[in-house]
Write a protein that binds this ligand. Sequence first.
Ligand code: SME
Length: 156
Amino acid sequence: MALSSYVEAVIDKKDWYITNLSNVAACLWQQMEDVSWVGFYLITDKNDIEKELILGPFQGKVACTHIAIGKGVCGVSAAEDKTLIVPDVSKFAGYIACDSEARSEIVVPLRDASGKVIGVLDIDSNTEGRFTEPNDESRDLEECARLISEIIPAKL
Ligand code: SME
């Protein structure tokens, strides 16, 4: 079954978005093979100049709490508004090593209804090459990101 089907099943639109993000992180964590971290970073609208990604609900080890837009895989994904697949994190300039054991990573942007990036879904693995190129799984994760984006409020 597609990951997005599980995600759709756990999202309850009547619930608080943090509740839903938490269960989506847990759902992907349970369903995906060989992943070491699954979670969300959200862009706060504290002000327009110092926008940054702030750690949201996740599964895995304690992680970096603040990531500047344009920094690390998450920050570049948010800045460039595109899914980033990094087969070998040691080759990604500016990679932010929250966990020294992480070897590969995929980051998918979350967008509001107008298409503006509001955060990212970040998934790490301790296996090099776990994420290599766009494939059915990465497209499935983009669908998961679309589903969860729908329940994130405009103002955080
Ligand atoms: N490695 C990420 C930082 C977040 S952690 O992996 C949880 C990055 O370079 O953006």
